[in-house]
Design a protein around this ligand. Sequence first.
Ligand SMILES: NC(=O)c1ccc[n+]([C@@H]2O[C@H](COP(=O)([O-])OP(=O)(O)OC[C@H]3O[C@@H](n4cnc5c(N)ncnc54)[C@H](O)[C@@H]3O)[C@@H](O)[C@H]2O)c1
Length: 312
Amino acid sequence: MTIIITGGLGFIGSNLVKRLVNEKNIVILDNFSTGRLENLHPYENKRNIKVRKVDLRKMKELEDNIKEDIDTIFHFAANPEVRVGNPQEHLEHNIVATYNVLEVMRRKDIKKIVFASSSTVYGEATKLPTPEDYGPLKPISVYGASKLACEALISSYTHTYDLTGIALRYANVVGPNPTRGVVLDFYRKLKKNSSELEVLGDGKQTKSYIWITDAIEGTLTAWRNMHSGFEPFNVGSIDAIPVSRIAEIVIKEMKLDNVKIMYTGGVKGGRGWIGDVKNMYLDIKKLIALGWNPKYTSEEAIRLEIRSLMNQ
Ligand SMILES: NC(=O)c1ccc[n+]([C@@H]2O[C@H](COP(=O)([O-])OP(=O)(O)OC[C@H]3O[C@@H](n4cnc5c(N)ncnc54)[C@H](O)[C@@H]3O)[C@@H](O)[C@H]2O)c1
């Protein structure tokens, strides 16, 4: 069986490749923007992995680079940055790219798509933990809006063209060797100056963090249970923690004393940045009912991440 993993050189995508390398033939489509071949190490030269440089914004390039019979497309390529940058980036790398993937699936008769969505589709949910059938969905970032638009496109294609699609609404996924995120930010700041730590926002932003292997196993559980039409699944840990607690964990793991924590106060009611959801905590019962169980809590995931940074 051959599968495609778009964004397979990125953080989550490369971990998915490593998890499936002994079971499937894998075609990676990636534009190498944030993705790195080194992320596949030690499997970068495995014969059942083909890496193709493709920009998903270009339909023809995408179409020409799919030559095999494909069982499933794991669509993980995107601009994953939640902070406000250039909205057009999210339009093109997320929405247009997803539209192109769906169109090529239709033309080449590829039947299954597993999409990397995000908890940000919920916006400022008033129900916590938030179940998949919560609504109305009102994202507060352009990134979240782009993911919701992608979900809507996938849903419509499944019904119009007889495809099957699932969307994994991930919490904050953390893992070894991070290239962005709150733990890396704190670690770098404390490496520079171990007597003080600037924390964006009021420190009360409370969110769920999931360790990468738990996120991958959740993804595979949902994939194995795909039936028909379109289904979203939350993929998070069993809890959520505030940023202030993350600061304490990082400081303790780095064995620092007397660090002065300085909260910037943030924007719009203590957020780290405009579009930052203040409270995110996902109801994960739907995936648990299918047999998945995340091993790590948010706090444990954060601890594993800071330890991996310190061992680098
Ligand atoms: N990391 C998280 O916490 C998190 C949370 C929720 C959702 N997600 C989603 O999961 C997916 C993977 O995120 P990640 O953290 O691994 O990010 P990442 O930046 O490490 O990976 C994204 C990959 O997509 C590739 N890419 C980007 N634009 C492309 C394009 N136009 N054509 C081809 N390739 C392109 C990049 O080179 C990279 O390899 C993304 O869709 C992201 O939105 C991530």
